[in-house]
Design a protein around this ligand. Sequence first.
Ligand code: UD1
Length: 420
Amino acid sequence: MDKLIVQGGRRLKGTVSVSGSKNAALPIIVAATILAEQPSTLRNIPDLMDLQTLCHVLEGLGARLQFESGTLSIEPIDQKTYQAPYDLVRKMRASIYVLGPLITKLGRAKVSFPGGCAIGPRPVDLHLKGLKALGATIEIEGGYILAKADQLIGTEIELKGTNGSSVGATANVMMAAVLAKGITTIRDAACEPEIVDLANFLNKMGAQVSGGGTATVTIHGVEELHGTNYAVIPDRIEAGTFMIAGAVTNGDIFINNAIPTHMEALAEKLCQIGVQLDWQEKGVHITTPNPLVPADVGTDVYPGFPTDMQAQIMGLMALTPGMSVITESIFPDRFMHVSELNRMGAKILIDGDSAVIHGVNSLSGAPVMASDLRAGAVLILAGMAAKGETVISRVYHIDRGYEKIEKKLTNIGADIVRQK
Ligand code: UD1
């Protein structure tokens, strides 16, 4: 298993480019593969483990996918296979995205029930609630979700969960509803930019989706969808991770392809902390001319502060003298990075769904372990800011969602070596 060896204390300087969004690409690839009648070409697709896993799931359904230099060419499924097996689904929860499209396109689906993961329980009740409302019959048997429907019928669906709206359930139900008969209205839909991108993509395939990015999404079902060409949005979480990389290293970096309207909550918080952001046409320039000040952060659904940036901003607050409190309301157990940051000299206590951070002046390099994607990202950030050497193991978590991370950061001055 690969390790990343990070030598701390290097100041980042230069320009780094953001890749395509993993979380936007996942449902879009599924939609192009299962829903369309003809081939599609997707651009700005990052080269990531999660997307490779998804492609294997889709190849198992009879699709043909070819990836080259950020472009994914897709020949849709052969319309016979409707099963997504456990050994693939367990590798990536987003495989659940095939459920809605398979039911609406083939009238049936057998998809392994995804388990929890390192960031806590990950229920799919809202996905199932939405698909049932559209008329699918759903049974759970032997760890599999068995779903059937001759024809889904549009209806009104309320998708609010206990922790707010669900990105995954909104995407799954949207993909099912585009080929349903009649009109579907999703209330309390997730508003994340990745949902807007999916709506735009579905419309480009001939769907009639309106209200993407608002709490009410309306879908007029159509008879069929055609193949198309599309470029996915840049990855706002990768962009945000680079912003914090600039801040923790007292760097001077320009982040190409960062989209300001996708990152308002993070940008506002960084400004409050004292990071200087200078938005330009192509991205954002990050500097930290003044000492940083502590701040409290609470994660929330979009447009709130993203849970996927919680670990990274904790790395920054750990190095900001004074007390900061980070409250996690989307995945309340998502604090595995705390013990690893503490091993590097951070002073962070967990109190229920909050982390109380007493900022220190410096961290020191240590052997640490990535326990999930973003928990891995903060270890790179902390390692770059720390004194001495940090050795990060279980790098495969980071590779799930960051394209060529050590190369991108090394190009702007970091000292990170991958040990195979
Ligand atoms: C997506 C993102 C993930 C991000 C998360 C929240 C992808 C592939 N992943 O995950 O990176 O951290 O959004 O922004 O896009 N919930 C239920 N029942 C359900 C579904 C979800 O109770 O059926 C709960 C979850 O436990 C969580 C909250 O709703 O508390 C939000 O989860 P959701 O938006 O569904 O996350 P994902 O789509 O899995």
